[in-house]
Design a protein around this ligand. Structure first.
Ligand code: PLP
Length: 489
């Protein structure tokens, strides 16, 4: 298929204005500043070609509005359109980030009340809604932990992170100045208590834990884990990026966690992918409230105000108060569901994941025994004997019209090799999941009888298999890059 640049014909115009009126308007003034004097660098095509170009681009993508998006750990749920509508109301969109508090009482109340609701949902006492994403929330949370220990006059230089953790956990700890100690998981995919006992010494600031964890396993020994960390003076951090299994069912604050971050752009009804925007609120127990970043929204009995939490605060984590539109969508989503709806959402997500697990386990041997929470980890290891890798299974799924699951995470030999992490959030109905199961089972059959179909997949997508290494080392992001690549430069 030709690129728009290749369709350009010198002198062709994509507009027509009545000549008598047009004479007075210099063409240059119609062109955005950055492009003025550069007409030759713009493509010259007719209006219909422009429309076709963008329509075609829109069809090259795959999104939640095309079909199931079973990308484990990412919680790609459908987000109600009504929230989008609310988020673009003038009164919200036109509020200036530096507007005096008196003029934006409604927006401040929304931030304040969302913090209270998240506190009730997670069992935490105080929230900051400033962080712009999950990783940003982690950094905020870990900096709070660090400031707390500095304040106590304690020198703790290590942070414990299980090997099943999301990659941002060790990264955030390291950014906050901690030495990261990786804890090996046991065969069930959960924390190895002996490892924890060994590592949790007086130099360790605490443990960053996800529960249910990133492989969809709930660790029922959380009381014991919390006791080990706390007895030795550490703090327990909860990575709640993906809260989809626990809404209304379990509160991290009740199971011993001191700091929590959430991804509103995963669990709480705002779309994500493509770089944002997101929001990663951080909740803390009362004793950590003074360390929250500045500013916090408080209600003084009369009005909502932005306040500096005081000298213990870790300071500002961003220039403005928050990614407000994301908070707004989360607020709308929580209120529209209510406490029961939230619980039902998590119950449905857990049922969906276990339904997938049970229906597929004879074809894709699970990495871990037992049931799962909001996502399950299957493997394609039985197809290695046919020369098929999990990558080939994922590519073949694209021919069936699905976005593939997360693959090769986790990757522990021999039980969690060739993994597929599958998640079907509550917004997916049984029929959709049944169709996906049927496609997976058909692919399992093909892997045995016609492995070539998998090895050559995908056939139906705009591009076939990419050269991952070349794509990373030499990305073609601009037409000039394409020309250079073609010219062999
Ligand atoms: C997605 C995710 C993160 C990181 O969130 P970002 O918003 O992408 O920075 C952290 N932890 C877990 C468990 C996640 O799933």
């Amino acid at each position: 298929m030709k690129l728009i640049f290749e369709k350009s014909v010198p002198g062709r115009e994509g507009y027509s204005l009545p000549a008598d009126q047009f004479e007075e308007i210099p063409l240059e003034s119609c062109i955005p500043k950055e492009f003025q004097g550069k007409k030759r660098e713009l493509v010259e095509v007719s209006e219909v070609e422009v429309v076709r170009h963008f329509t075609r681009l829109s069809k090259l993508n795959y999104g939640i509005e095309d079909g199931l998006y079973p990308l484990g750990s990412c919680t790609m749920k459908y987000n109600p359109k009504v929230s989008e509508h609310l988020a673009v109301l003038d009164r919200f969109v036109l509020a200036h980030p530096f507007a005096p508090a008196d003029l934006v009482q409604g927006s401040l109340k929304l931030i304040h009340d969302l913090g209270v609701m998240l506190g009730r949902i997670t069992g935490m006492d105080a929230y900051t809604l400033a962080p712009a994403a999950g990783a940003h929330g982690e950094l905020t949370g870990v900096l709070i932990i660090r400031k707390y220990f500095e304040d106590q006059g304690e020198r703790r230089i290590k942070m414990l992170v299980p090997d099943s953790a999301h990659g941002t956990n060790p990264a955030s700890s390291a950014m906050a100045g901690y030495r990261v100690v990786e804890l090996k998981s046991n065969q069930e995919g959960t924390v190895d208590l002996e490892e924890l006992e060994k590592a949790m010494d007086s130099q360790a600031a605490g443990l960053m834990l996800t529960n249910p964890n990133t492989v969809g396993k709930f660790d029922p020994r959380i009381d014991r884990i919390a006791a080990i960390v706390h007895e030795r003076g550490g703090l327990l951090y909860y990575d709640g990026a993906n809260l989809n299994a626990t809404l209304g069912l379990l509160r991290p604050g009740d199971t011993g966690f001191d700091v929590v971050h959430l991804n509103l752009h995963k669990t709480f009804g705002t779309p994500h992918g493509g770089g944002g925007p997101g929001a990663g609120p951080v909740g803390v127990k009362e004793f950590l409230r003074p360390y929250l970043p500045s500013p916090v929204v408080v209600f003084d009995g009369e009005k909502y105000r932005l306040r500096d939490p005081g000298e213990k605060s870790i300071g500002m984590m961003r220039a403005f108060v928050a990614n407000f539109s994301v908070l707004l969508k989360a607020y709308a989503w929580i209120l529209s569901l209510g406490p029961e709806g939230l619980r039902e959402a998590s119950e449905a997500a857990v049922v969906n994941a276990n339904y997938l697990l049970v229906k597929l386990r004879d074809h894709f041997r699970p990495a871990y025994g037992g049931y799962c929470a909001h996502e399950c980890v299957l493997t394609g290891r039985d197809y290695k004997q046919h020369g098929i890798k999990t990558l080939d299974i994922a590519k073949r799924l694209m021919d069936y019209g699905y976005y593939p699951p997360t693959i090769y995470f986790p990757h522990f030999k021999p039980y969690a090799e060739e993994t597929l992490m599958v998640e079907a959030p509550e917004s997916e109905g049984k029929e959709v999941i049944d169709d996906f199961i049927a496609a997976m089972i058909q692919i399992a059959g093909e892997a045995e009888s016609e492995p070539g179909l998998l090895l050559e997949a995908p056939r139906s997508t705009p591009i076939r298999r990419t050269d991952d290494v070349l794509a990373a080392r030499r990305p073609v992001l601009h037409y000039d890059d394409e020309l250079k690549l073609k010219a062999g430069e």
